[in-house]
Ligand binder design. Structure first.
Ligand code: MCN
Ligand code: MOS
Length: 764
């Protein structure tokens, strides 16, 4: 189908190419034909290849690195150890905290986890580098490692006071409640497992550094490189037009990135470094393993009186990651008494990191399992108990919701799923040897906001260019920005080209926390509106314009043609007008910042997350919401669980492109199915090492694991959340899927699994 035909096929009213239309991805053809080049596919003259050497122990000190054999191996150009790599400067963290003035070495002398980079080899070819890396001999003074949360050496950890949320007297109210449930819920280490592994090409030209690297945050990473090498921010150019998935793992420049850039500088040649799949499991942390206790006290009608929540997540021995486990617990249900506290426990792992909905995801597993347990305890339908405890306002921030279509989500999801025909008792539904279970759970994700900027150029031929250093890792940024510019300017979408993924374009903040679409549609709308004003201003004011004589005070642009609103008088294409008035181009840079913003604040806004706007700022609390209805079939003899049906109703406010939003939601739901049934980073207890760090043993869902998924949008435009009324989409879908499945498994089998993943040995 051509875009034109699809316009007419669009069923839900909005024009395909306008905001809200179901336009297919504009970057699709380039990806399908191979025209889209990913970072390490760049062909550069004189490219050298780097390979990392990792620690084989989880804790200890490097005693010696014997590089002699590697240095004399064929093709070897450099062998890097802490002694031979050029010194770098420590960079600030992602909050922009000024760094201590101490050197940074990306290769470890003190080992804090298995798989940590301790040396690197650079050679003429990749094969030579691999062969030589195997010849590097490292000896260690090994010390006992803290393997994971269950290690007796791990202890209770460090309280994170900032995570404490309390109101009322939760302990006393729990003790006094006539009905009580209390249980512990655990999630294992999970990994992002993006298709495209981490890797980069670094090239120096004098004091200027160009990096081709998949990135969720070009400007933040450019800042890090600039600080490492003590060069101006402008000297770093990051290029990342296409990204094979990130899921949170590609927002930061990592130790291996520093090694590639340092070796390129040392050699005076471009260097390519691509991590192996196993190295992807240890070079950036996956989701931290978590443990939570959730206690709910309720009256006999199922009205919650108290929630007491305690959480723990793993962090590294020498790095801090807090996975906010009380984030959903504290807002999903109305309760007069509440207490949530969280500790982190240091273990010998790479610092855990962001994976799709960090915090909200495991938090929902706890509270959405616990409320299900309460429902069975009381003999109340699991959907009904959620409605009885519906939070009419944010119970923690005590503010009105900007919009909360969760009741609508429950209703629409239940209707489409057929929830009313569910037979309540566990093990009461079956099909032959399959026990059938139906489960429900809710999810939410905050609307994270920031300011953004974009450049919109109208060119002499009437085409439009949008430029931003933001990125598209598969979410659909190219497409929704093309739609935003096309609609705002009144030009066909085919005439708009969106350029992303170059840090020399207009600055952009992180594509994380599901904020990019809201931020960037707002910025492009702003810039395009300015460009349109200028275009119409020219058409009215320039004596050479055929519209000048009309003395109109406004004109409209439709399908790329300018005319008076009532269609009288001349009609010109944009190209004809620009040519008539002798203009080559109209350039507009728009941003959503207050006029008082200083240059320093602007820089901070894009290169750190210090300027993010709290989701509870002002009068409202802003979140996306969803309800998942899941059917599972559990083989009674083998304990195997298959998800056979999913219906999810979601509130992400106004959708910029429902086709892409549905695809995002489904992607999240699929990841949630993987989390519920398959994903688990297994740690070897003797060596403290991830043993299934590869895609054969670390299981993620395949097509055969995924049933038909129906998504229903119940959102309404939310003017408090973004310029165009949308809320976050990217992470919402995963939140609540795992508890919905665990709840369905309980309904099927009568067995409550509180430890993810739900594998067959936990059922038989
Ligand atoms: N969208 C929409 N209407 C809205 C909001 C969004 O139609 N109101 C659609 C748009 O197509 C937009 C997409 O949803 O491009 C995601 O928008 P948003 O929720 O703002 O999320 P971001 O653009 O900030 O993307 C990041 C988010 C995160 S944090 C993770 S993790 C994640 C995710 O997106 N990683 C992904 N989705 C991913 N999808 C792919 N294919 N690969 C990843 O690595
Ligand atoms: Mo997403 S985990 O915030 O990149």
């Amino acid at each position: 189908m051509t875009v034109h035909e699809m316009k007419h096929a669009a069923s839900d009213g909005a024009r395909l190419e306008a905001v809200g239309g179901r336009l297919s991805r504009v970057d699709g053809p380039a990806k399908i034909t191979g025209a889209a080049h990913y970072a390490v596919e760049q062909q550069l003259e004189g490219l050298a290849h780097a390979v990392m050497v990792e620690s084989t122990v989880a804790a200890g000190t490097v005693l010696s690195v014997d590089t002699r054999a590697a240095e004399t191996a064929p093709g070897v150009l450099l062998v890097l150890t802490p002694d031979t790599i050029i010194p770098l400067r420590t960079a600030s963290d992602w909050f922009g905290t000024p760094p201590p003035d101490v050197p940074y070495c990306p290769l470890a002398r003190v080992v804090t986890y298995s798989g940590q980079h301790v040396a690197a080899v650079v050679a003429e070819t990749f094969e030579q580098a691999v062969a030589a890396a195997a010849l590097v001999k490292v000896t260690y003074d090994e010390t006992p490692a803290i393997v994971d949360l269950s290690d007796p050496k791990a202890g209770d950890g460090i309280p994170i006071e900032a995570m404490t949320k309390e109101w009322g007297d939760a302990q006393a109210a729990f003790a006094a409640s006539p009905v009580r449930v209390c249980a512990a819920y655990n999630t294992p280490r999970e990994f992002q497992a993006a298709m495209e592994p981490h890797g980069l090409i670094a090239r120096w030209q004098g004091e200027a550094l160009t990096i081709w690297e998949p990135s969720q945050w070009l400007d933040g990473m450019a800042r890090t490189y600039a600080e490492w090498f003590a060069i101006p921010f402008e000297n770093v150019r990051l290029v990342s037009p296409y990204i094979g998935g990130g899921f949170g793992s590609k927002a930061l420049a990592l130790a291996h990135s520093a090694v590639a850039a340092a070796s390129a500088k040392m050699l005076g040649r471009p260097v390519k470094l691509m991590l192996t799949r196993p190295q992807n499991f240890t070079s950036y942390g996956g989701r931290a393993a978590t443990r939570q206790t959730v206690a709910i006290g309720a009256d006999r009608d199922g009205k919650i009186q108290s929630i007491v929540h305690r959480g723990v997540n793993e962090t590294a021995v020498d790095g801090m990651w807090v996975e906010p486990l009380g984030s959903v617990t504290s807002i999903m249900y109305a309760t007069p008494n509440f207490s949530s506290k969280q500790n982190v426990v240091r273990v010998n792992t790479v610092v855990p990191g962001a994976k799709r909905a960090p915090g909200e995801n495991p938090s929902a597993f706890g509270i959405e399992s616990a409320i299900d347990e309460l429902a069975y305890e009381l003999g109340i339908d699991p959907l009904e108990i959620r409605l009885r405890n519906y939070a009419e306002e944010d119970p923690h921030a005590r503010k009105a919701w900007s919009t909360r279509q969760l009741r609508e989500a429950f209703a629409a999801g239940a209707e489409a799923f057929g929830w009313a025909t569910r037979s309540p008792a566990p093990r009461s539904m079956r099909d032959g040897h399959h026990l059938i279970g139906w489960g429900v759970a809710a999810g939410t994700y905050p609307v994270r906001r920031a300011h953004g900027e974009a450049v919109v150029n109208i060119l002499a031929d009437g085409s439009v260019e949008v430029e931003s250093s933001s990125i598209d890792m598969g979410q659909g940024t190219y497409t929704i920005l093309a739609q935003t510019a096309a609609e705002t300017l009144g030009v066909p979408v085919e005439q708009v080209s969106v350029k992303l993924g170059d840090s020399h374009f207009a600055r952009a903040g992180v594509a994380g926390g599901s904020r990019l679409a809201g931020v960037m549609t707002g910025a492009v709308y702003k810039a395009a509106s300015q460009a349109l004003d200028e275009l119409i201003g020219l058409a009215i004011a320039d004596p050479r314009s055929p519209f000048h004589a009309l003395q109109a005070n406004t004109l409209v642009v439709r399908d790329g043609r300018i005319a008076s609103p009532r269609g009288e008088g001349p009609e010109l294409s944009i190209a004809e007008l620009l040519s008539a008035v002798g203009r080559e181009k109209i350039e507009a840079k728009g941003d959503t910042m207050p006029a008082t913003t200083t240059a320093e604040e602007r820089y901070k806004n894009y290169t750190t997350i210090a300027m993010s706007i709290p989701h509870t700022e002002g009068d409202y609390s802003r979140h996306s919401w969803c309800a998942h209805f899941v059917e599972v079939r559990v083989d009674e003899d083998f304990g195997t669980v298959r998800v056979s049906r999913v219906v999810s109703a979601l509130d992400s406010g106004r959708l910029y492109n429902p086709k892409l939003a549905e695809s995002q939601w489904k992607g999240g739901i699929i990841m949630g199915i993987g989390q519920a049934l398959l994903e688990e980073g297994l740690v070897d207890r003797r060596h403290g090492r991830i043993v299934n760090g590869n895609l054969a043993d670390y299981m993620i869902p395949t097509n055969a694991d995924i049933p038909d998924i129906q998504t229903i949008s119940v959102g309404i435009p939310d003017p408090h959340s973004s310029v165009l009324g949308g809320k976050g989409v990217g992470e919402l879908g995963i939140v609540g899927v795992a508890p919905a499945i665990a709840n369905a498994v309980f309904h099927a089998t009568g067995k409550r699994v509180r430890d993810l993943p739900i594998t067959l040995e936990k059922l038989i």
